[in-house]
Structures are given as C-alpha cells and as structure tokens.
Write a protein that binds this ligand. Structure first.
Ligand code: GAR
Length: 230
C-alpha cells in the first residue's frame, strides 16, 4: 500500500519585531483560508512582540551576542528550525542578515517578504528612499532567499501608490496593508505544493516563473496580462 502524499504545509516563521505578518498567517489558519500549520516561531530578539502571538511551546529565541560568531548563531537557529521539520521557512519581518551557510541549508524552502518592489530598494529604509526618489509607486515583494541580500527570485508583488505628502510612516502603513494578503496568497501556493525553487529556476505548477505574479484588488495573484488568477 502506498503512503498518502502529504502537503508541504508545515511553516516555520522568523521574526524580529511586531509580527503583524505572522498574525495575518495565524488568523488565516484559524479562519480556514490557509491550510497550514505553524511549527515554530524563531527570533533573534527574545523581547520581540511577535513571539507573544504564539504559545510558548512554539517559540525559540536567542541573542546573537551570546554566540561566538554570526555563523554560530545561524547554526543554532538552523538546528532549532530543522528540529521542527518545516516544509517552508518564512522570514516575516526578520531583520537580521542570514549567513550563506544558513541560506544554503534551507535553499528552496526559504521565503522573505520585503517592503519594496524588488529589485528596487533592497535593504533598509525602503519607504523613505522611494519617497526621496520621487517614485509614483511602491509596494512589497515575496521572494526566495539566496545569499545575496534581497536578490532571490521574486514570486509575487503588490503595488501601492505613493501619495503627495506621504512620509515614510504613512507609506509603510499603506504597504503593510498589502503585505498581509500578498504573503498569504504566496503561502497558499506554497502549501498546495504549487511553488518550487530548483537551482536558479522558480516554478509554479511545474512551469518556470519568469516575471513576478501581481496581487490584484481581490487579493488574488495573477500573471501579468493574464485573464484569471493563478
Ligand atoms: C514588514 O514591513 C516587512 O516587510 C519588513 O519588516 C516589517 C515587519 O512587520 N521586512 C523587512 O524590512 C525585511 N528586510 P511585522 O513585524 O509587523 O510583520
């Protein structure tokens, strides 16, 4: 008798701060709109508010300053994550750069949400930089993580307008509103087994994804120019 194939629905989440993206995941799981399990929430900030959003048994945190090196911290973090046997590891407001060995260890299972329309504005202060440059549009991206910072294949993006008079906080709040549905939409593809990264190729339903999917106003993902949602 052959075993029933299991869905890749075990999600580990990495956080450093407030955790509103984590909360969106938890709420969607509770509402039955994301068929997944949170297997652990991991932080480089033991005081992160995000950790309080899950029961203590699901929390792991440690201070990098208690480790001899960046590599040693990431190895301990990686061991803790691996122990929970996740199918996906999602950086949702994890603000520490991951070392190459960590990224290689989890390559193909490691996703990040970043507050810009990558490849524009990798790194920090994305909202202030977009305003300073006079951008008409800004947004968020969910991408696979590779060793180069914020440079992995972008799976999907959500766009928002930059409005006259916006400051960084106002723009960040507008972007955050689309981050949550964007992350959930990508995770639905991921836990359904529709998304994969093999080497440098990202696939959706087995077909190479050449351009990022776009979040529409109904919260669905579409290929650019396509009639219907994916
Ligand atoms: C989000 O805006 C996320 O895109 C950003 O941190 C915020 C976390 O908010 N991530 C990065 O800047 C990663 N480079 P949250 O803690 O409320 O989810």
């Amino acid at each position: 008798m052959s075993a029933t194939p299991t869905r890749p629905d075990r999600i580990a989440v990495l956080v450093s701060g407030r955790g509103s993206n984590l909360q969106a995941i938890l709420d969607a799981i509770d509402a039955g709109t994301l068929p997944a399990h949170i297997v652990g929430v991991f932080s480089d900030k033991p005081s992160a508010a995000a950790l309080e959003r899950v029961e203590p048994a699901l929390r792991w945190s440690a201070s990098p300053k208690d480790y001899a090196s960046r590599e040693a911290f990431d190895a301990a973090l990686g061991d803790a994550i691996e122990a929970t046997q996740p199918d996906w590891i999602v950086c949702a407001g994890y603000l520490r750069i991951l070392c190459d060995a960590f990224v290689e260890r989890f390559q193909g299972r490691l996703l990040n949400i970043h507050p810009s329309l990558l490849p524009k504005y990798p790194g920090l202060r994305t909202h202030a930089r977009a305003i300073a440059d006079g951008e008409a549009e800004h947004g968020a991206s969910v991408h696979f993580v590779i060793p180069e910072l914020d440079a992995g294949t972008v799976v999907a993006q959500a766009r928002v307008p930059v409005r006259p008079g916006d400051d960084a906080d106002a723009l960040a709040a507008r972007v955050l509103e689309v981050e949550h549905p964007l992350l959930l939409a990508v995770l639905r593809l991921a836990v359904a087994g529709r998304l994969a990264e093999r080497g440098t190729t990202t696939t959706l339903d087995g077909h190479a994804l050449f351009t990022p999917l776009l979040l529409d106003s109904a919260g669905a993902l579409r290929a650019p120019g396509a009639d219907g949602p994916v």
